[in-house]
Design a protein around this ligand. Sequence first.
Ligand code: ADP
Ligand code: ADP
Length: 226
Amino acid sequence: DPVVAARDLSYAYPDGTAAVENLDVAIGAGERVAILGPNGAGKSTLLLLLGGLLDPDEGTVRFFGEDQPADDVRERIGVLTQDPGEYLFNPTVREDVEYGPSQFDLPKETVDERVSALADRFGLTHLLDRPPFRLSGGEQRRAALASVLSFDPEVLLLDEPLSNVDGANRAELLDLLDDLVDDGVTLVVSTPDADLVPAVADRVILMDREGAIAADGQTREVLTDV
Ligand code: ADP
Ligand code: ADP
């Protein structure tokens, strides 16, 4: 069974802008998928729909092979939107990273262990007691990703995680995504940049400006046609 399967999906914003139109897609467990398309193609909207954070106007999204409300899979699907600020609203970075597990009734030791493991992995240990607004852009992005991962999600939907991340930080983030995939996490990453795709994905879903799928297949095959 796919971890997420969308059928005949359409979504328009309240002002009438059609963002996603009649789209069918299924993501299998353990896949590394890129959603590629120009700005405005509907990538962000599609990720929100696949993450159950937006309700489609038409069509359905099925999670883990079952008809179940998105609320029931909240812990299992992590979505990182483009603005890290959405995840950083507590007085300290530590509280932001704790926020996920603290919602799920886990023992305090489990929460503490997860927070220190994530902080270590993301190079945030020395920043845990700082207010998030005093972090650099790259540090904020890492903190936001740590707070999403604190749920220990099986599926990770990342909206342009590499934009404004350069050089060593980019290599580090790519390593981290590889580690997550090795751990069995299903990864879906949106990007407007075809050059980035081979590093993050084995499969590419190419969106056109109308919010529909123009191509869907193995990275090598799809990118030779772009
Ligand atoms: P296939 O189309 O090859 O059967 P799918 O992965 O599309 O494979 O679907 C597997 C099963 O799940 C099918 O019975 C299909 O009807 C159902 N299914 C898949 N996605 C959805 C969806 N979004 N809403 C309702 N049913 C779905
Ligand atoms: P992408 O992530 O590929 O840049 P988006 O999903 O952000 O694409 O946007 C798809 C379309 O929906 C675009 O035409 C965009 O202008 C529009 N859109 C996005 N967010 C909103 C919104 N909150 N209200 C109205 N239109 C929106």
